[in-house]
Write a protein that binds this ligand. Structure first.
Ligand code: ATP
Length: 258
């Protein structure tokens, strides 16, 4: 789906990404984890074509150089949920979700656009908020509205779509954290892919197929959750003690901190 070799990125002469390799296949759920300032959001922005790397480096999206895709076409193949969504949007919720359908209509939404928006609002549990002013919502409700917007954007018949999500669980209560990860998992089980920045390592272990652990702009480890989440690797990456065990119910790798 997306492949890049030796990504380097600097901002104002500060090195932010150093020699990052990445290869995400169709149907894969990749979680990017690591401490604050590790470069997770920067990597996501580079891969999503939102910031340019220093030299012209080839990032291949579906076997074609990412920078050669038309933006219009790309909007049907990939969507990004950002950590810093605009806080002040003078629209009602259903119109914010409809923004995800802008690549599909000119002045008036078609009935498919309305259906897509309704479907994604139901999936993210915001249907009951659809006529509310976006600005009046709580932090978690706003997050779910933006999730509905990106899901609506990718509601089409393109084979192999890619979702980028930067800390989608921020502000969400426990039920909505699980519901969101289940939605993303369902999306990847339909041969689409997702690259998700997560801080909760146990949720990453539960839902992701692969983990990319970053530190200081570099890849510290990459592999399945049980390969990456070792005591040495995690305690050294986070500079914090931890113990690795198995979840008593579903046997996934579990990390206890402290
Ligand atoms: N425009 C910029 N100018 C200077 N430094 C920057 C800029 N953007 C990012 N950085 C630095 O690059 C590093 C990586 O930032 P990034 O946001 O990618 O980290 P992150 O892993 O997503 O962190 P967090 O978990 O805190 O969200 C940080 O030290 C940050 O301060």
């Amino acid at each position: 789906m997306i492949k890049a070799h030796q990504i380097n990125y600097q901002n104002q002469k500060v090195s932010i990404l150093n020699g990052v390799d990445i290869n995400v296949g169709y149907g894969e759920f990749l979680a990017i984890v690591g401490p604050n300032g590790a470069g997770k959001s920067s990597l996501l922005n580079v891969l999503a074509n939102e910031i340019k790397t220093d030299k012209k480096q080839d990032i291949f999206f579906k076997e074609k150089i990412l920078s050669t895709w038309s933006l219009e076409e790309l909007a049907r193949h990939k969507a990004k949920f950002s950590q810093h969504n605009a806080q002040d949007i003078p629209l009602v919720v259903k119109d914010v979700v409809m923004m995800g359908r802008y690549p599909y209509f000119n002045s008036q939404p078609h009935s498919e656009d309305v259906k897509s928006a309704e479907k994604s609002m139901a999936e993210t549990d915001v249907t009951h908020l659809q006529n509310r002013d976006y600005n009046s919502l709580s932090g978690g409700e706003k997050q779910r509205v933006h999730l509905a917007r990106v899901l609506a954007q990718l509601d089409n018949d393109v084979a192999h779509r890619l979702l980028f999500l930067d800390e989608p669980l921020n502000n969400l209560d426990i039920k909505h954290q699980y519901k969101t990860l289940e939605l993303i998992k369902k999306f990847t089980q339909q041969n689409n892919s997702a690259i998700v920045v997560l801080h909760d390592l146990n949720l990453a272990a539960r839902f992701a197929d692969k983990i990319l652990l970053m530190g200081n702009g570099e890849v510290l480890s990459y592999g399945s959750p049980s390969e990456v989440f070792t005591q040495d690797m995690i305690s050294s990456a986070y500079n914090f003690p931890c113990t690795i065990c198995k979840h008593p119910v579903h046997q996934d790798t579990m990390i206890l901190f402290g």
